[in-house]
Design a protein around this ligand. Structure first.
Ligand code: AMP
Ligand code: MG
Length: 350
């Protein structure tokens, strides 16, 4: 398949028309959202969801998020929209919050991975918005990466994974947030966070009062089954062995320097992910491929570049990767959730 690559902002009318045609006939279009790039297909067309699973190499029990452009669409897709749900929609849409609701008949089980619930989000990215509106379809879109690869935050990442596998990629530049949406389940007694993201538990608590976090995602008990089926897979893993080194700033840097020295002596290629303020700590003439992963003081600088750095580590062929911990600030929890998964839970404390 020849994948069309179109840049947003060049010949928009033609581009959206072409993308809309593809979606309406059941094809696949990758597009930017404010979180990561999505791989879109018509959410109400089972053939389109089959194509999404095939293109990603994704297990089909892993449900897709349905993207909408108007609040009224929720009532066509979901049963019983509670007052609390309405408050969340009002507070955070359009934006990086996905809400799980009981699905209506029209939503095929292929889209929901066999579940009777549906995940719905209204993205704020202008390209995503216009694509949904112009195509007139609800767009089911998981992240536009091959299953097991880091989510794409640029059109080039999408191209690396999806060229020849999908109909079209819309290049809208680098995304702003860089990690996937917060998922909140509103089908139970209390709002439950199934995946942490830019919208924090505190922000949700401020709107609806009580909120719980799915105990399976806190990482403490590996035996629990996450309520979001996708959270059980080892996602976002770079090809090299990633370890997180946590502890006091100087002690962690010393540990990383010694681990790098040891691996380099054995002939391995290494890389380091560190805070902007700590780059100079690795200036010892031994450390190589030291990447500034953003500043903990401004966590969006960390989330925005995280997946891209993991891909860079793959590109340079790093065999051992050491990352500082970024457990700080409002989004620290969401960032560490992704980083810990990428590291396969390898954490070195010092
Ligand atoms: P992605 O689109 O790649 O960000 O992945 C979508 C995430 O949403 C996965 O972790 C899914 O398991 C989760 N998800 C989608 N629909 C549902 C649902 N109905 N119930 C629970 N989790 C869902
Ligand atoms: Mg994904």
């Amino acid at each position: 398949m020849n994948t069309i690559i179109a840049k947003a902002g060049v010949d928009d009318d033609r581009m959206y028309e072409q993308a809309a045609e593809i979606l309406k006939r059941g094809g696949l279009v990758a597009f930017p959202t404010e979180t990561v790039y999505g791989l879109g297909g018509d959410a109400l067309n089972p053939d389109a969801s089959h194509r999404i699973y095939a293109a990603k190499g994704r297990p089909s029990d892993n449900p897709l998020i349905v993207h909408i452009a108007e609040t009224s669409s929720v009532y066509e897709l979901a049963e019983t929209v509670s007052d609390d749900t309405k408050k969340l929609m009002e507070a955070f849409w359009p934006g990086p919050l996905t809400i799980i609701l009981n699905k209506k008949e029209v939503v095929p089980h292929t889209t929901t991975g066999g579940l009777d619930t549906v995940a719905i989000r209204m993205p704020s990215h202008p390209v995503a918005m216009r694509l949904i509106k112009d195509s007139g379809v609800y767009i089911a879109a998981p992240s536009a990466n091959l299953s097991g690869r880091p989510s794409p935050t640029t059109a080039q990442h999408v191209q690396q994974d999806m060229d020849g596998r999908i109909d079209m990629i819309i290049d809208g530049g680098a995304v702003g947030i860089g990690i996937e949406s917060t998922i909140v389940d509103m089908t139970g007694d209390r709002p439950t966070i199934l995946r942490p993201g830019y919208i924090t538990p505190e922000m949700i608590r401020d709107i609806v009062g009580d909120v719980t976090i799915d105990p399976a995602i806190t990482g403490m008990n590996n035996a629990l089954r996450p309520k979001a089926p996708g959270m059980k897979y080892t996602h976002y893993a770079p090809k090299g062995e990633l370890s997180i080194v946590e502890g006091d700033r100087l002690a962690a840097a010393e540990k990383i320097r010694s681990l790098v020295a040891e691996k380099k002596a054995q002939g391995y290629k290494t890389a380091i992910l560190c805070d902007t303020d700590n780059v100079s700590l690795y200036d010892d003439g031994v450390c190589e491929n030291v990447y500034d992963a953003g500043s903990k003081k401004n966590e969006i600088t960390v989330s925005a570049g995280l997946y891209s750095l993991l891909r860079t580590c793959d590109d340079i062929g790093a065999q051992y990767i050491y990352s500082e911990s970024f457990e700080e600030g409002d989004m620290g929890y969401a960032i560490m959730n992704r980083l810990i998964k990428a590291a396969g839970h390898r954490i070195i404390s010092c």
